[in-house]
Design a binder for this molecule. Structure first.
Ligand code: SF4
Ligand code: SF4
Length: 247
């Protein structure tokens, strides 16, 4: 990081090094008061002087997602936790690099529930990912990467290190377009054509039902993640996605 003198050079170096942790996507964004207001109260003070976010993404295994058949399972649960752990390790590494170069850095956990009623973590990695140019908010309320769809999990690092705003510009249409592949798969009917009408209450109730019915004791689902596979599933002829690039 020390020898990379430009913000873009610093980001490229982090991208190369984070790949060793299994990270597939790295970008950065400027964050302001509007974003910080939505952070969990416990980190708003820490974040006050940190005006950049590094967003890290690990792709989920398509083969693991293929085991989901109408409900989450223990295989997916293990993979979900493993990917979160890899993201946390990568976030720790990036934060350490920033600190060693004289900057502050706060690694935000990939998946640490802070508000059990509203199912919220410290902040929305998806929102920061969209700001960083990684993808768009899909009908399924997840971040949709143009190539990988929603089959990516994310973590973030808040820092005052000089990094580019919107470090990874989207190369594809920023929206779901005509795709509606995920709309029919949700067992709770939470996914609507308008992403702003996503029914979070229905989704939350469903993942709570799965937690009990599948004896997972954790709040996961994976059904709409499996459905939104990005360009690879579209190429395999899996669905009707055209403009959105996901199937
Ligand atoms: S996570 Fe499951 S319950 Fe929630 S919207 Fe996706 S498919 Fe529906
Ligand atoms: S499956 Fe299609 S409609 Fe659903 S989020 Fe992905 S791109 Fe959007």
């Amino acid at each position: 990081m020390a020898e990379s003198h430009t913000p873009q050079g610093t980001l490229e170096k982090l991208r190369l090094e984070a790949a060793r942790f299994g990270v597939d996507v790295v970008s950065s964004a400027r964050i302001g008061a509007a974003e910080k207001e939505r952070f969990h109260a416990s980190i708003r003070g820490i974040a006050a002087d940190l005006d950049r976010a590094i967003v890290l993404g690990c792709r989920l295994s398509g083969d693991v997602l293929a085991t989901i058949d109408g409900a989450p399972n223990w295989t997916y649960y293990h993979h979900y936790r493993t990917v979160n752990f890899a993201l946390d390790q990568a976030a720790l590494f990036c934060a350490t690099e920033c600190r060693r170069n004289g900057y502050r850095a706060f690694p935000v956990p990939a998946s640490q529930m802070m508000d059990w009623d509203r199912l919220l973590g410290h902040l929305s990695h998806r929102e920061l990912g969209a700001l960083a140019g990684i993808g768009w908010r899909g009908r399924n309320n997840l971040l949709v990467h143009p190539e990988f769809g929603s089959q990516v999990r994310y973590a973030s690092v808040l820092t005052d290190a000089p990094l580019p705003d919107r470090g990874l510009a989207l190369e594809a249409a920023a929206g779901c377009g005509e795709c509606r592949v995920c709309v029919g798969v949700c067992p709770a009917g939470a996914i609507k054509m308008d992403p702003l009408k996503f029914d979070l209450d229905r989704c939350a109730a469903q993942v709570r039902r799965f937690s009990k019915s599948e004896k997972l004791n954790t709040l996961i689902c994976g059904i709409c993640v499996k459905a939104c596979g990005g360009a690879s599933s579209a190429a395999a002829g899996a669905g009707a996605a055209q403009a959105g690039g996901c199937a």
